[in-house]
Design a binder for this molecule. Sequence first.
Ligand SMILES: [Zn+2]
Length: 74
Amino acid sequence: MAKEQQASRAVLRSVDPGNSAMCAHCGAPVKFVARAQKKQVIANVYVKGSWDRVEHFHDDCYEEANEPFGPIGE
Ligand SMILES: [Zn+2]
């Protein structure tokens, strides 16, 4: 039986203080803002069935980019 191929997937997470990732869509930092309850999308990107990298997006940027790594999961 063939090994199951892993696919890229995206999840929604809160933005923590000290978060320093850059948004892969707009290039701006995904920053923690006190009291703003910011969310970010974290995508685990698989290339040819193997994990390749993690990309971060602002939640609205991910939608604007047409969900490049699939619908947002939990
Ligand atoms: Zn962005």
